[in-house]
Design a protein around this ligand. Structure first.
Ligand SMILES: [Fe+2]
Length: 295
């Protein structure tokens, strides 16, 4: 599906394809992802529910999986882990449509920002996982400094203006073409995020921000955000805690994925690799897998 501004971060050479959350109350959280957020159940067992969107042609796309972890502990306030999962919607009208649904159904927002390159709405799921829904501005409108570096900022978003772009029909689900646009982590130090996501995985460093770094592929403003705002020198994620348990990074070609796996191994990450995928644990105790786009 082509977006009006042509921005399709999931077609970049490297991008975030999927995330998995460990949740204490699987049925309650899954219900929220359907009714409040508008995702659909794609696959369901008693232990795990995969949610996503259905494309116009009928293809189901997994975006967020919930894994049942009834005994999982709440992470500490300064622990490393998820800052937010960000779903990018195809058009501004789609974001406006969701906003009118949220207003009509009492879905509480935790924030709304104009980041110059995007317009974004923020909320938390019932177990405190941060969610962002956003839409990209056209790439030719992204502001740059005199040196040519991309600029992002956090400014007030005019919700009334956004809502005026909504179609009149009742909202039923998030639009086909919605994808994981970026993943934003709370990390202990940004230099470690640069080492892992740039030097090992192959993302480019796009924007530096006080206490945060943003990395992307294919010229996109960011597929990965990493900040120390509440987690500077914080503890790694405890494997028994709720929240982001793993994420999937997809590569366009096998050679690039294998090179990333090799760099990880050379940097003394413990990873398992076969022809299809590599998986391991990132510097903050979160699982990751690297996969190749299927042709
Ligand atoms: Fe974000």
């Amino acid at each position: 599906m082509q977006t009006p501004n042509g921005e399709r971060p999931w077609t970049s050479p490297i991008h975030v394809a999927h995330v998995e959350l460990a949740v204490v109350d699987l049925s309650r959280v899954a219900s929220w992802y359907q009714t409040a957020l508008g995702l659909q159940v794609i696959e369901e067992t008693s232990e795990r529910i995969a949610l996503g969107v259905t494309e116009e042609g009928g293809e189901a796309i997994r975006l967020v999986s919930l894994a049942s972890a009834p005994l999982a502990e709440r992470p500490g306030p300064t622990d490393c882990g998820l800052f937010h999962i960000a779903l990018v919607l195809p058009t501004r009208a789609d974001l406006a449509h969701w906003l009118t649904h949220a207003a009509a159904n009492g879905v509480t927002l935790s924030g709304a920002s104009d980041h110059l390159v995007t317009e974004a709405l923020y909320l938390d799921d019932p177990e405190g996982n941060g969610i962002e829904l956003y839409v990209d501005r056209p790439r030719q409108d992204w502001p740059r400094s005199e040196s040519g570096a991309l600029r992002m900022a956090t400014e007030r978003l005019d919700l009334r203006d956004l809502a005026s772009a909504a179609p009149k029909q009742t909202f039923t689900r998030l639009a086909g073409g919605t994808r994981v646009g970026h993943l934003h982590l709370s990390v202990d130090e940004t230099a470690e995020a640069v080492r892992f996501f740039q030097a090992c995985l192959g993302f480019e460093r796009m924007v530096d921000y006080p206490g945060a770094v943003f990395l992307g592929s294919g010229g996109y403003h960011h597929h990965i955000g990493a900040n120390v705002w509440r987690s500077e020198r914080g503890a790694k994620r405890d494997p028994g805690s709720r929240g982001l348990s793993s994420y999937t990074i997809r590569y366009d070609d096998r050679v690039a994925m294998m090179k990333a796996a090799k760099r990880l191994a050379e940097d003394e990450f413990s990873i398992e690799t076969n022809d299809e995928r590599s998986c391991g644990t990132d510097p903050w105790g979160i699982g990751f897998e690297l996969i190749v786009r299927s042709l």
